[in-house]
Structure formats: C-alpha cells, structure tokens
Ligand binder design. Structure first.
Ligand SMILES: [Zn+2]
Length: 327
C-alpha cells in the first residue's frame, strides 16, 4: 500500500493555508504549537472547527481534546501512583488507586474515552471516569471485559479491533491496529487478553491489567486538524500506511528491538507536519512538575531519526496540561 494514499481523511484546508513554519526536528520547539493563551476551550455551543480544537497532554500517552464544547480523552491516566518502575524495585503487585479529585479536576465532561490498551498507565483511571461521567469508552475486547468487572454498562463500551471508522458527527475516530512497545529482550510487560462472555474479577493490582492488544487512534475533526495517537512504541505498518494525520503523537522507542521503527512509522504516516513525542516521561511524578524523561528513551537518537526521516516535520515537545492547537 502506498504511504501517500489517503485513507479517507484528507489533509485539512487549514493545513494547506497555514503559514509555513516548520521547525527542523533537531531544533526542538518546546511549546511551539499555536499560542496557548488563546486556546482555552470554547464555552459556547459545540463548534467542530479548527479554531475550536485544543489538545492538552496528561503525560504518558494521555490527552484531553476539546472540540468546541465537546471533550474526547485518550488514555487518561492522571493518578500516576508509584510502582517502583522508575525508582526500582518495580512492584507488579502495586494496588490500583485513583486520585479522584485530581482526575475530576482535569477530565471535564468527556463524551468519549479512547483506550489504546489496558496496562495501568493507560487504563487505571478509566473506570472512575466511566463511573462519574456519561462517556462512552472505545477500546479492545480486553478493555471491555475489564470495564465490565468494574460494573460499567456494556452499552457504553465500543469494542474495536482496528480498521473501524466511527462517525460521531463533527469528528470521526478511526481505530488503528497497533502493537505494544518492545523491551530490550524483544518482549513486553504483562501480555495477555481477556475474551469470552464471563465478567472477570475486579482488578486489584497493576498485574491484573493485561495489555489486551494495542490500538492507535486517528481522530479527524470536520474542518479541523486530524491527529494520530499512539499508546506504545510499535505499530502495524500496513494498518498505519496512508493515514496522513496533520499531527502525530508518537511514542519514542525504549529499546532498539524494533527495527527502523521511527522512519517506517513516519513514512507510513506521510511525514506529518507536526510530530509530538509522547510516553517519554516518567509517569510517576506530579503533573505540576515539568516532565522528567524516562531514561530508557534515547532522546537524541530519536530526534535524529525524526529529522532524517521527516525533515519537514516540526517537533513539539509538550508540557503537561497546556492547551495546544495543531493547525
Ligand atoms: Zn503498555
């Protein structure tokens, strides 16, 4: 499949008319997306236009997208409880906890929550969000079973496998089959899936949340930008080719186990105008502090690879909870 063929989300009018301002990938422009000061979510009626779309990074691969007055979340993990992953020793039996006030203070009133996979740093605040909002949740069958374990009404859970293009009126969500990040031994933490019809026991620890297969999402706003969201640093080249998002939230690799990951990914995505690295931070520190890099990420190598593979892309290194416009 050609990497330049459009799969149904044409590059947007505003992209073509946007001022040429590409920043070479080597010159990282932290916070260099459109002005944040003017990017407060609209308080008026839903207005699915580019002017009404803001993106806030929750750290890890989490995002809040405000499309006018409508809110969509991606992997909203805000509690960031310690597991020892970064301080060692790692405790896979760490109990699952949710900081309810913190989560409530940041998620707004989402109509949709997109879950890339069900590891705790993506999923573990989602049951609380489901219980306290009317959002529908999009995820894998494993995410479905886990949410049912928390008592979520199955009618609110949208199971996808990748390839689905869901129309929500004003924007569309394409589910994209993806893959989980590989460690140096070519494996990954807590593989496993939940299938069948039985409701599993309610998870108690992070080890009770298997990966459950991994998705990416391509969110395309009518008349506005389209954005590609990853939850882990691997992908399916054939499922990704031709998406052509305006902005790509991509995860740098934490190992070299996946061959030519960055150039294959950026080529498949059509060399997006804007690249936003995600899931590169220590996700066990407070969102009130500046992001700290995960030492497993070779930042310089990643930037070099982006600059070589997609020299016209600008790289925007996000700050926590800061509104960005990507037009
Ligand atoms: Zn994971």
């Amino acid at each position: 499949m050609s990497a330049t063929r459009d799969q149904g989300f044409p590059r947007r009018r505003l992209l073509r008319t946007a001022a040429a301002g590409a920043v070479a990938a080597g010159a990282v422009a932290a916070g260099a997306a459109a002005p944040a000061s003017a990017a407060a979510p609209a308080a008026g009626p839903a207005d699915a236009t580019a002017d009404g779309v803001t993106f806030r990074w929750f750290g890890t691969s989490g995002w809040r997208i405000d499309i006018g007055a409508r809110t969509v979340l991606v992997d909203p993990y805000l509690t960031r409880f310690p597991t020892g992953l970064f301080t060692k020793p790692f405790n896979a039996n760490t109990p699952l906890t949710t900081n309810e006030d913190l989560v409530t203070g940041h998620v707004g009133s989402p109509e949709l929550v997109l879950v890339t996979h069900s590891h705790w740093d993506h999923f573990s605040d989602v049951p609380f969000i489901a219980a306290t909002t009317t959002a529908q949740i999009v995820g894998t069958e494993t995410t479905y079973h886990l949410l049912r374990a928390y008592g979520v009404d199955p009618a609110r859970i949208i199971v996808v496998k990748g390839g689905e293009v869901l129309d929500f009126g004003g924007y569309a969500v394409q589910a994209v089959a993806a893959r989980h990040s590989r460690n140096a031994a070519h494996g990954y933490f807590a593989p496993g899936t939940l299938h069948g019809t039985a409701v599993p026991p309610r998870p108690e620890t992070i080890a009770d949340l298997p990966e459950g297969d991994t998705l990416a999402f391509h969110v395309s706003v009518d008349g506005g930008p389209s954005a590609f969201f990853m939850g882990a640093s691997d992908f399916s080249e054939r499922d990704t080719a031709g998406l052509r998002p305006d902005v790509a939230m991509i995860a740098p690799p934490t190992s070299t186990s996946t061959r030519t990951y960055v150039p294959r990914l950026l080529t498949a995505l059509g060399c997006p105008r804007t690249v936003v690295p995600v899931h590169w931070d220590n996700f066990e520190t407070s969102l009130t502090e500046p992001p700290r890099r995960d030492p497993a990420v070779d930042w310089d190598a990643f930037l070099r690879q982006v600059g070589t593979a997609s020299p016209q892309s600008r790289v925007v290194v996000p700050e926590y909870l800061t509104p960005y416009r990507f037009v």
